[in-house]
Design a protein around this ligand. Structure first.
Ligand code: HAS
Length: 544
């Protein structure tokens, strides 16, 4: 790998790990405050800390890691030119300065609006401008990725695109279409409102535009993990990809069904006709299918590989998996966590059950299993080979051992914290609240023990973060020089050939747009007509 490439990809990944440290510390503070045994010093506001945590981990860490990983995957499979590198740097610096602007406003207490930042909470205009820069910067890198594939296809007429490049293209397409929603909200609603040009804001529209973006956002996090599961894990375990076509189909289904489902975050909201909620919940159940396909394909890969290595009996293949290789173990724990995580998602999406868990800390438990365990442990798993690969170093047995310890610490901490969140949520404990006795009451006393458990889990997780950052520094600067493989598996010989129509991008984008228009046009018209700009203002002072 060339030095300029390595420098670019490492810049993205380094921002992600710095974010992990800062955001993780905020997470620890939150669990301590919620335990009731600790108050924030210097008059720091709970919501300021919560906003740093959500924005830095949910938006900054993820986007920087993913964009860096996308670039590395494209560079490896289809190549990158000097000019493309230069343009990608522009994207990096826009994202970097955008992050710095948004972070400054949060630290000054001018943007305690949480990572979901929809109205009526209002931030300083610089916060929104910073976010817009992050999004536009990520688009620029996305355009570079598409250009990389186009150049490759021109040089290889009639050939199917490499699987990894196909997957990156789907994820960047989904990201682009989804973030158009939040870009509209930022440009048309938030910036004029925060600058004082518009006195009021259509709250429901801002929430709807946010969730149009917010749900595909979670798949933008998930799909790079799926890339590692489909393409890298088979190689790491000494096997092959079960089916190239199945993997491509599952990604295409994510493109179709990730976006027209945002209403499942708004099931309790008045102002949206229940018919449209029903339609979007049905589409949500469709987006479960590509995950079930992924689970099926992974089991197939594990079993076929194990049997090839001589495994006997129904589950003998299980013993043949490389348990002592952290490049496998960390993502594998992520897969395991996704079983309860996914089940929780299906519960959330079911309207009646949603009314029990909505706005409780159950939801926080759900996303700490999905994004903070499934996705993060897979990102850690990727880091163990990607960072030494980029830095011309080796993953030593000693760092591998530390990685295994890290994965175990993470699992223990998250099981305690997320488990306690799920149970407390079912007992009615609200999310997004600092410690309160709510004027007493039997139900409230039931939550206290679980809040203590969350603080214990949070503390263990923070130890896991320190260890991970230590491993990152070690892999980047101190591991011995050498070569680490970028693992890309081949497909099974007897798999059906991938049909050529998978490259029909116009068809995929066309179907996606039709689904979005079908799910959103009428309800959005309704929202605008029944609650036009100039309706009841929710004028909170800036910074609250
Ligand atoms: Fe979710 C709320 C529904 C998946 C993240 N979700 C959130 C929020 C976040 C989030 C951040 O319908 C909070 C937003 C906020 O701040 O308000 N979610 C779903 C559904 C799925 C789902 C249906 N969520 C995710 C993923 C996330 C994520 C992935 C991040 C990465 N979620 C909801 C709903 C809400 C929600 C509602 C709103 C709740 C409310 O009221 O506020 C599905 O995609 C899940 C499908 C997954 C599966 C699992 C497949 C299992 C696999 C692993 C196989 C394992 C193997 C290893 C092979 C069906 C692929 C096993 C080996 C052995 C040997 C055993």
């Amino acid at each position: 790998i060339s030095k300029p490439e390595s420098r670019l990809y490492m810049s993205f990944i380094s921002v992600a790990f710095i974010s992990l440290l800062i955001g993780g510390l905020m997470g620890l503070l939150q669990t301590l405050v919620r335990s009731g045994k600790f108050t924030l010093p210097f008059g720091i506001d709970y919501y300021q800390v919560l906003t740093v945590h959500g924005v830095i981990l949910g938006l900054v860490l993820t986007t920087f890691f993913i964009v860096g990983f996308h670039l590395a995957a494209m560079g490896k499979t289809v190549g990158i030119s000097e000019q493309q590198l230069r343009v990608a740097w522009i994207g990096f610096w826009m994202m970097f300065f955008g992050t710095a602007m948004a972070a400054t406003t949060i630290l000054l207490g001018e943007a305690s609006v949480l990572y979901t930042f929809y109205a009526p909470l209002r931030a300083h205009p610089v916060f929104y401008i910073g976010l817009a820069l992050v999004i536009v910067g990520s688009w620029i890198v996305g355009f570079v990725n598409w250009h990389q594939l186009a150049v490759w296809k021109k040089a290889h007429p009639g050939k199917k695109s490499p699987l990894l490049a196909f997957m990156v293209t789907i994820n960047t397409l989904m990201w682009f279409i989804a973030s158009l929603g939040v870009a509209v909200a930022v440009l048309v609603q938030f910036i004029p409102w925060s600058l004082g040009y518009a006195e009021t804001i259509n709250v429901l529209l801002s929430r709807t535009l946010f969730w149009y973006f917010g749900h595909p956002l979670v798949y933008f996090w998930l799909l790079p993990a799926y890339m590692a599961w489909y393409v890298m894990i088979p190689k790491i375990i000494g096997g092959k990809i079960f089916s190239d076509s199945l993997a491509r189909m599952s990604f295409v289904l994510f493109l179709f069904f990730s976006i027209p489902v945002g209403f499942h975050h708004q099931l309790t909201e008045p102002g949206i006709d229940p018919t449209w909620k029903f339609i979007q919940v049905t589409l949500t159940m469709m987006v479960v299918i590509p995950s079930l396909m992924t689970a099926f394909s992974l089991f197939a890969t594990f079993e076929i590989t194990g049997r090839r290595k001589g495994a006997k009996g129904l589950f003998g293949w299980f013993k043949k998996l490389p348990w002592k290789d952290v490049r496998f173990l960390a993502p594998f724990i992520g897969m395991l966590a996704f079983i309860p995580g996914g089940i929780g998602g299906i519960i959330n999406a079911s309207h009646q059950m949603n009314s029990l868990i909505h706005n409780t800390i159950w939801v926080t438990g759900h996303f700490h299993l999905t994004v903070a365990t499934t996705v993060m442990l897979t990102f850690f798993g990727i880091s163990y080979w990607l960072i030494p690969h980029l830095r011309g170093r080796k993953l030593t047995p000693q760092i591998n051992r530390l990685g295994i310890i890290q994965a175990i610490i993470w699992t223990v901490g998250m099981t305690i914290m997320s488990g306690a969140m799920h149970i407390a949520g079912l007992l009615g404990a609200p999310r997004r609240s600092s410690y309160s006795e709510y004027a007493g009451g039997d139900q409230v006393t039931e939550w206290i023990g679980y809040q203590m458990a969350q603080a214990i889990g949070g503390t263990i997780l923070f130890i896991g973060i320190i260890l991970m950052v230590y491993i990152f520094i070690k892999l980047t600067f101190f591991a011995p020089k050498g070569e680490e493989e970028f693992p890309i598996a081949e497909e099974e010989e007897d798999a059906e050939p991938t049909p050529a129509w998978f490259e029909n991008w116009k068809m995929w984008i066309g179907i996606t747009i039709v689904l979005i228009l079908a799910a959103y046009t009428i309800p959005v018209i309704d929202i605008i007509q029944h609650s036009p700009l100039g309706s009841k203002p929710f004028d909170f002072p800036i910074g609250r």
